[in-house]
Write a protein that binds this ligand. Sequence first.
Ligand code: UD2
Length: 331
Amino acid sequence: MRVFATWKHKSRNWLHKIMERYVVTGGAGFIGSALVRALLNQGGSQVAVIDNFLSGKRSNLEGLDGALEVHDADIRDFDAMSRMVKGAAAVFHLAAIPSVPRSIAQPVPSHEVNIDGTFTLLRACAEAKAGRVVYAASSSAYGDTEVLPKVESMMPRPKSPYAAQKLMGEYYAGVFADCFGLPGVSLRFFNVYGPRQDPLSPYSGVISIFMRCLIERRSPTIHGDGEQSRDFTFVEDVAALCIKASQAPGVSGKVINAGNGNRYTLNQVWQTLNKIEGVSIAAEYGQPRPGDVRDSQADTTLARTLLGHQPEFRLEEGLRRTLAWYRETST
Ligand code: UD2
């Protein structure tokens, strides 16, 4: 395990004492690094990133200084987790192997990380008496529902190993709160997109793939007819919601949607991107993807009432900002 400390003011130990310590697993990932940025920006935070750098990247943390430590460690390593979560006011558990199709192609690694890793991390947090766990759950837990938007009280119907694994993580977070006194709240992330989402894997999120196609003036392949819809949620809104969930009173044991409250079809998103870029590139269409949910849209009432959350970014604004980042960073 290697530790990289970038805190420039280490000698100021008195400051250390009054700062809150936060841990972000998966903190070098696309969503995790946005959360780390938001935590450091709010001031008074000391942030420890835990990442095994399988998909996380050091470059996602570039330019961040302040009270930041980066630990190269795996969430399945109980001893390492126990040491690292000690004294944390909150542990944001975002480390995971994401992707519905990857969990179908390779169910074993995703099970081991998403279920065994989550269990190990929660056990370490409980034993170290960490302040609160905020768990990155997934909208995929709902599966196909007859009614939209999707409300937390609906019966979950996971359609893929990934969805089942993320749902199990929620159950464990709830059980650790009830049985082991570890406060925990689960946020069901709804198709998060934004700067730093890696477009290069076949399992990448669709918006990152669309961005790359647009910049390279290529057609994306849409699985199915493109009329499936998602509640695409800008990464900065999700980071803000995570922080609220770590502070709000009375939310332990709760499951709360982290979505925007709207839904757009893939055809609409591709058309919007064409409009923003002033081009007209036709998409290609392929086979529907196994395990895919047809429509997804969050009911955001609980996030609003329990966490006082109002998403800031509508889709077009989020797409513009995301596209600007891909343009700046593409060579
Ligand atoms: C699921 C979850 C999401 C998050 C994510 C993590 C749902 C509704 N959402 O996202 O909350 O947990 O998993 O991985 O379950 N697609 C194409 N062409 C491509 C790539 C994707 O058409 O090149 C389609 C894909 O078939 C799907 C949609 O785009 O219909 C979104 O796919 P995705 O992989 O970006 O995310 P999704 O919905 O599986």
